[in-house]
Design a protein around this ligand. Structure first.
Ligand SMILES: O=C(O)CCC(=O)C(=O)O
Ligand SMILES: [Fe+2]
Length: 307
């Protein structure tokens, strides 16, 4: 499966033949990186600061010396070498598509997530019932996952916001990744990676100390889990150490590094695999950061599921 053409996110009809249609003009981003959301629950006024996953462009301020041209070109050559495509079956039902999302599409995903993340239902700091916070920022699309109750609801309880819809371009890319991953699982069981219609996407943003403990994704509906409908995960930005295993035990877990542009899929027999993120690594593609101003270090992860 080496060197497959990468699907383009904005070419809808036939990703292998059609040139990507020009990016639709993005809505103007909100003017400031902090948005005050005055919609409260039950009429009370709460102020939620939307988290900006990108660093707003500075006007004035201290001059930052950029790396020289030679150093930059060297970085880019390294990036090109590293972005080799490969599909690896990690275990039955669990597939790692390395370098699957093109750099252009990664840029589009970051920009779209930033735009949505600054609006109603955008990035916030999730916390558990006992008052502890998750070590990441979160935004839900389609339906809201509530960490306090581990349930999906239509509105975010903390501010009453309604989650934005999943952009259809994201769904197109999920379907392409599933179809391509089925080719490697033909010999084992391609039903593990059956096509589905994602109606939920949880978008996580990890900074330097971001992490996520070992857990199972099991809050989707019973029929969805029973059918083994897969979870499809996109990684963008800094690389991450991703753990997975049969039990909630870090010492027994296996480890894989997820890099920018990687897609990970787990369904069928692997649908209830324990998984988590143990660390964010320093590596990030320089061209992506330059084009998007994604915070450094910063890792965006999108997991698509069907309720
Ligand atoms: O960030 C990741 O790679 C995993 C995210 C995850 O497991 C989740 O959101 O349930
Ligand atoms: Fe998960």
């Amino acid at each position: 499966m080496e060197n497959q053409p990468s699907p383009s996110l904005w070419s809808i009809d036939d990703r292998h033949r059609t040139r990507p249609t020009p990016t639709p003009p993005t809505q103007p981003l909100l003017p400031v990186d902090v948005v005050e959301d005055k919609k409260g629950v039950c009429g009370s006024e709460t102020k939620t600061k939307a988290f900006d996953i990108c660093t707003p462009k500075q006007s004035g301020g201290p001059v930052v010396l950029k790396p020289g041209l030679f150093a930059k070109n060297k970085e880019r050559r390294k990036e090109l070498k590293q972005s080799s495509k490969e599909i690896v079956e990690l275990r039955p039902g669990m597939v790692h598509l390395k370098g699957y999302i093109s750099r252009t599409d990664q840029v589009k995903i970051v920009k779209k997530c930033r735009e949505l993340g600054l609006g109603d239902g955008g990035f916030y700091q999730p916390g558990y019932e006992d008052g502890t916070n998750l070590h990441l920022k979160m935004m839900c699309l389609g339906k809201n996952w509530d960490p306090q109750t581990s349930r999906y609801v239509d509105q975010r309880p903390s501010d009453g916001s309604v989650p934005p819809k999943i952009p259809h371009e994201f769904v197109t890319l999920v379907h392409s990744a599933l179809k391509d991953s089925q080719t490697v699982t033909k010999l084992s069981n391609s039903k593990d990676l059956s096509l589905f219609s994602p109606d939920i996407c949880i978008v996580n943003f990890y900074s330097q100390n971001g992490r996520l403990g070992l857990h199972q994704d099991k809050d989707e509906s019973e029929p969805s889990i029973a059918a083994g409908l897969p979870v499809v995960s996109f990684s963008i930005g800094n690389s991450a150490e991703f753990l997975y295993g049969d039990e909630r035990d870090v010492d027994k877990a296996e480890k894989v590094v997820l890099e920018s542009g990687d897609v990970l899929i787990f369904g069928g027999k692997a649908r209830k695999v324990f998984h988590g993120v143990s660390a964010i690594k320093p590596e990030a593609p320089i061209s992506l950061i330059e084009e998007t101003n994604l915070r450094k270090p910063g890792r965006l992860n999108l997991t698509f599921r069907q309720y």
